[in-house]
Design a protein around this ligand. Sequence first.
Ligand SMILES: [Zn+2]
Length: 471
Amino acid sequence: MLWEWYQNGLAEAYLIFRDEVFSSKKIDFEADPKVEFECLKEDLDKFEEFLEEYKDRPLANIKVRKEQDGEFFYDIKRIFPRSGKQSIGKDKDVWEVVNFCIKNKKASCFICGRQGTRTNTVLFYPFERKVLNYFPSFNEPQRLSLCPLHQRVLFYSFGNIYYARSDDRVIIFFPSGVDYERIAEFSTFLKELAFERISAPEENHSANIRLPKGVSAYFPFEFLLPLLLEVFDLMERKQKDPVEILSEIRIELVSYLKGGLDIFDHYESISRIDELFRAFVCLKKKTKGLFSFIPFYNGLTVGFRERGKKLVDKNKIREDWAKVLLVKHRVDFISLNKAVMENIKIYKDEYRFIPWYQPIITGLLEGLGMKNDKELFEKINALGWHLVADEARKTGGLGENQLKSFLWDIFRTRTSEDFISALVELQLKLGTNLDLREVMENKGRWREVKAILLNGMANALYGKVTKENSQ
Ligand SMILES: [Zn+2]
């Protein structure tokens, strides 16, 4: 984690350097800012001076406005887990508190190996305190030991972290990678989506980056996904190749609950983001991008329109779905069906099926290169859909209510044998021959097959019959 944090700090320093120093010097436009920045980095004293001079830039990213007097202060406690021992006085500058001094003349810096360091114990290095609790993957045996220069570089990372607090949960993420120039390039897009000034209109909600309009998230993965789609949109509008920019970029995503022990309960280093963006390219071709994705995404919450229901309850299934997509690059059919069945329970006949379901799922599967899954989905989804739609068209066929109760009969099956016999029974009642070859061939994945089939049926029963949902 230290290395990721450090690379991100360098990226932030590089961005500021490019904006403030490089552009104002009006150097020959042929000059490479990275070469110039490398020169600065080599001269340790000058680099330290530079970091000192522009410290307000990274600090601005973690300032939160205080309601009463309209002043800005560094309310770091809103973002990072608290610690009983440490608190920062409101009148103190975070930069001063961090201190950047040398306490131990003989110890060497974890990053550059120079002697003369200070052991950091302050709150701002959240991965440093109770480190195993926060980031299990970080296995530095000791406390962070950093020279004054590298304490400053790490501090610069605060200029390039993104966070949101919703109800009692805090989410923090930041980009990382081996090349700070790539991180910086990706960050220019994130910074465009970030708030210029952070205000905290309500005690429990504050964020320095905004989600696309119409989305409310509580958990980390469901928060990150639509944001990435928005970054993708932005890159496309600027005619930048997202896949090129994102190769070798990772996102460090952490989250924790305020109020208890304030220990991170989610931590994931998300890699292969370029592959995910490739899937977004395909998604965009099949749908209207974010415009279609938002209603789809809200369809994965449970009781979306229910007032008084907490986000923690509404969004749990969507979080599971988003996590599988972000981490495993797979479409989680079982969560998709769970969300549908839970919503049918709440809304009954008033329920409306997930908008844009079919084109978004096929778009994702195709974009992720899941050829077999895509075929399976298309066949089983069509089977479920036709089973209901053909019957509804028949005169004297089974009524809608009976079809709805079949949905629950199939849902309640607990083994692959139960599932198949429920389908055979249904076949008899409908008096038709269903093509069950695909079901039989995928017996090992019967739970997923069942989920896809049920959603196909539910789509025909509860879907708005529009072009994008029909087969
Ligand atoms: Zn150092």
